[in-house]
Design a protein around this ligand. Sequence first.
Ligand code: ADP
Ligand code: ADP
Ligand code: ZN
Ligand code: ZN
Length: 881
Amino acid sequence: SSSSDSSPVQPDVLVLGAREHNLQDIDLAVPRDALVVFTGVSGSGKSSLAFGTLFAESQRRYLESVAPYARRLIDQAGVPDVDSITGMPPAVALQQQRGGRSARSSVGSITTLSSLVRMLYSRAGHYPDDQPMLYAEDFSANTVQGACPECHGIGRVYEVTEDTMVPDPSLTIRERAIASWPTAWHGHQLRDVLVALGYDVDVPWKDLPKEDRDWILYTDETPYVPVHSRLTLAEARAAIAAGVEPSYSGTFVGARRYVLDTFANTKSGSMKRRVAQFLTAAPCPACHGKRLKPEALSVTFEGLDVADLSDLPLAELSTLIDEAVERATGDLDGTETAGQALDEAARRDAVQQRVDAGGSAHEAAPDVRRTPNHSVEKLAAIARLGAELVNRLRPIIDLGLGYLSLSRTTPTLSGGELQRLRLATQLTSELFGVVYVLDEPSAGLHPQDVSALLGILDGLKRRGNSLFVVEHSVDVMRHADWLVDIGPGAGERGGRVIYSGPTQGLAAVEESVTRGYVFGGSGLPHRTPREPEGWLRLEHVTRNNLRDVSISLPIGAFTAVTGVSGSGKSSLVSQALPALLGERLGRAVQADDAAAAEGDELLLSDEPEELGGTVQGDLSGVRRVVSIDQKPIGRTPRSNVATYTGLFDHVRRRFAETPEARARGYKPGRFSFNVTGGRCPTCEGEGSVMVELLFLPSVYTECPDCHGTRYQSSTLEILWRGRNIAEILAMSVEEAHEFFDGEFDIMRSLTALIDVGLGYLRLGQPATELSGGEAQRVKLATELQRSQRGDTLYVLDEPTSGLHCADSDRLVAHLQTLVEAGNTVVAVELDMRVVAAADHVIDLGPGAGDDGGTVVASGTPAQVASSGAGASAPYLEAALR
Ligand code: ADP
Ligand code: ADP
Ligand code: ZN
Ligand code: ZN
């Protein structure tokens, strides 16, 4: 039922003639101050309407109003293709992040809660007797003032050990005992220098005196000496005695120093990776990984230093601060100067805010630096800052994110978690009269938590805001005041308004694909669970919040792992399972190493989390583990659907085989935009160039030379079936499917892409523009196009997130065919319709974070539904009906 407690909603925002992307010149009227949900299958045009048209236009007007000179900028950023939009309030968009995220940002920084916490420590922390008070920025490891001087705020120091550098001490130096030394010529030179320095390189490493071993490995001295090439120590001595002319002079460098210097300075990605294997990261001995200077760590709040406090789950943090606020308020009530102290605290908050906004720290009143512990001033600061913190933590916890901590870095968050964090942060920003444009805010939420999300959306609406939400959750659709159904199909077969009105009215619209899911009638057929071919056991798994978890997984079957957000699904399925199984099978998991191959950026800082556990049972049916995750398929616009699936190789070969290309001597490489030759030299094949703008974010603009085609005009003169290579990249998968009819190797990839519901993607769509769900389906398609051997275990993390129910159903049908072919599928899944279609279900919980991490129910869907245990049972029961 709809939530409308309000008076009949009036259509307020009017759109006329929208033609962005596939939108077919549509007119639309939607209400303000209401929850408007945009639905439709993937590629139907929901985002083109909500983000590409409504939000883009609102942003364009905003830019225009604040900066008249921004005209040029707006033209570059693109004006939505629409005749007119009236009645549109200013808009705030919260999109699921695409592409990479900075490891420097954390839950604390994106919610700005960390700056409040730092103020709390600065002003209300408990200081050692002899220590003056610190400024808020002294509690940040990202500032020079706050960072630990030993590790410069990194928290780790990189070291090398004898064990890693000399893996086999029975070898001699000549036999390359020091594995970390360079190979080839430079390695020989270092050996010869050692001989010249009087070391014996022909005895086993372990027989060298410790003193010599230590010097060779750890010295920072770099002696430069004359060298006789390739001699033993005895021969060299004889040569010197005989006055033989030295071959050359060489510099010695210790093994440790070689590794550290190379790691720090090399520009070569492969060199860096080679030496990195000898490095171990250890917690910094000065700050023990806490990244802060000792003075900052000596200040405590409720007995915790700021690093420990930032590691607490937010739910626990909130309770702890709440209790401190209560106590402080109680103590204050007993004092005469309480009111005065609160006023003073407010004044200092204001000063601090000016400092945060870029003012000088020393503007903060110097008297602050000597406020005694337990003083009225401190109590007042706790009361004010603490209450503010608790207030701002509440919506985050309500959205089911209480298991996160302030210190959790953003690359380890899912897109859904990140969006909900931003949403919760908006809630306390007290804006009103704006439109929030949201992209599937229910992603990653268990049905049990969706009601909390709806409460948050209602709260924003009550405050006088409008909500335009692109959604696939039927629960959110049912809660909407107004539904806009776009479609009926994807790409050219979509882009029309199928329905726009109160949700109930959709029931009468036969053309709508969405209708059958909201009102019943559509869905996956009920099926009888398969008999597994065998069972595999994961035992005593420890990872994140999983502590000694053991599970059984059926081979040759489809397993769904479910549970509330933060219960440990990803830790189990995406992290522990592939790692443990890969280890047992004796080979690494086949994942996406395109990213690693592309960048020379080596993330040693991504210290692997602790992992424990074993794999038991009959593994004869499993030869390969393939993890199909939502990580981007590439981090640069140079990788796209065509290159990732491999179909572009075939396309380039077709072009090179044309008579004209042969006559000109063009090889397949000529048609690549990733290597020099045929690509546009101005933009180096990117199709766009970046324009830096003062005070504004830089924008990409179409390359003036190739006009976005990425190629030189000479390359574009070559045609295959009447089209040039740039025109091929501009085709959607579906268009290409018609165009390449009869070309088996190309069609195989295209068919697989259409099968996973990606027919609407353009072949050249940059990897960076794909959502996590789309990237995952590109990987799935790449797998599906391979010939099936029936011995693979597929691991998927929320494969249906971002998908319309109709698209999920298609995807599930494909997973079932993989299983029919003898493969095993294990998927994290929150849509109970899909869970109901599995052969085996594992429900994790009961709660999130430390309150989760155990198996609360497992068995066939029917068994889990009737178990009465766990958050999923009631929803699963409903789905099985
Ligand atoms: P939805 O949000 O319903 O999944 P989109 O609005 O993202 O659909 O896409 C609708 C159509 O517009 C698709 O055919 C898609 O390929 C196309 N499209 C999306 N983004 C672009 C773009 N940047 N340039 C050209 N076409 C696009
Ligand atoms: P789910 O997939 O069920 O949402 P996760 O497996 O992502 O749950 O998380 C389970 C617990 O492990 C949570 O407390 C979460 O904060 C923690 N966790 C998950 N990934 C990481 C990580 N990379 N670093 C630290 N903690 C993590
Ligand atoms: Zn340190
Ligand atoms: Zn160009």
